[in-house]
Design a protein around this ligand. Structure first.
Ligand SMILES: Nc1ncnc2c1ncn2[C@@H]1O[C@H](COP(=O)(O)OP(=O)(O)OP(=O)(O)O)[C@@H](O)[C@H]1O
Ligand SMILES: O=c1ccn([C@@H]2O[C@H](COP(=O)(O)O)[C@@H](O)[C@H]2O)c(=O)[nH]1
Length: 242
């Protein structure tokens, strides 16, 4: 396929995967590999919005269980996503691709504020737009931020690139014999509590008919193959009303 199957995508990258084999932080080789893949997608003609998690640094729910105030922990988590976004901006820029970080929290000496119309303009101009600081609100996750931004920028597809190959009947890390689903509806994922993505994010995508592809972040070149028309990972869609 010489034309990409999807014109505009929102790619959600797992923060935790960025740490590579290290116990935390950012592994430079993993960062570079992912940046290369993003730039390759742009060169193929895909407009790419990115959301990167913060799990390689802080998760508010985890720090709360250790005694830190939940909202403070969530603020720390959102700032962690800014660290990842800035690192990715640098890596993408080094590969010669124009890129902008836009933050949901105001830190405009470091990066741009998130303004929807500006974000769309960046994408139209072929710049990678990295949406940092999640939704800007505590008690949410970057999965919800990814769903929100995908809908706002009118993406053709939301991709969650994570640590597993797709959606299973149960968490495949805890249940290696779980069944793989290549296609399912949001209602199925919600009813069966298939926790590959949080419920808020799934409901938002379902209600706005945003298709979601869940795939493995560690499989090099997989997003490009998807753009070339291959079936990779699991596709979640809004079912037809009964
Ligand atoms: N039914 C399921 N199918 C597939 N994965 C599942 C399922 N239930 C739970 N999971 C887990 O969900 C995880 C993906 O979500 P998680 O929020 O942990 O990661 P992420 O959003 O990619 O990372 P980060 O929070 O670092 O950005 C998978 O690694 C998998 O272990
Ligand atoms: O809208 C949001 C997004 C994120 N957070 C906090 O950041 C961390 C890291 O994000 P992950 O999705 O877990 O990678 C998250 O655990 C929250 O603490 C937030 O508060 N609001």
């Amino acid at each position: 396929m010489s034309e990409p199957k999807y014109k505009r995508i929102l790619l959600k990258l797992s923060g935790e995967a960025l740490m590579g084999s290290q116990g935390g932080g950012i592994d430079p080789q993993t960062l570079h590999r992912l940046a290369r893949e993003v730039v390759d997608l742009c060169e193929f003609g895909v407009e790419v919005g990115l959301v990167i998690g913060g799990g390689n640094f802080v998760r508010g729910a985890e720090t709360a269980s250790e005694g830190l105030d939940r909202v403070t922990g969530d603020h720390m988590g959102m700032l962690a996503t800014v660290l990842n976004a800035l690192a990715m901006q640098d890596a993408v820029e080094h590969l010669g691709r124009p890129v902008r970080v836009m933050s949901a929290l105001k830190i405009n000496q470091v990066c741009e504020d998130y303004i929807r119309r500006r974000a769309i303009r960046h994408l139209e101009k072929g710049r990678v737009a990295i949406f940092a600081a999640g939704t800007g609100n505590p008690f949410f996750t970057t999965d919800s931020a990814a769903s929100l931004r995908a809908i706002e920028i009118n993406a053709d597809l939301l991709i969650k690139a994570t640590k597993v190959d797709g959606v299973y009947s149960a968490d495949p890390i805890k249940h290696p014999d779980a069944q793989f689903y290549s296609r399912l509806t949001y209602d199925q994922a919600l009813d069966q509590r298939l926790n590959v993505m949080d419920a808020t994010a799934l409901v938002l995508c379902r209600d706005h008919r945003m298709p979601l592809r869940v795939m493995n972040i560690f499989e090099s070149g997989a997003v490009m193959r998807l753009m070339r028309g291959e079936e990779i990972g699991s596709l979640i869609e809004t079912g037809e009303p009964t």
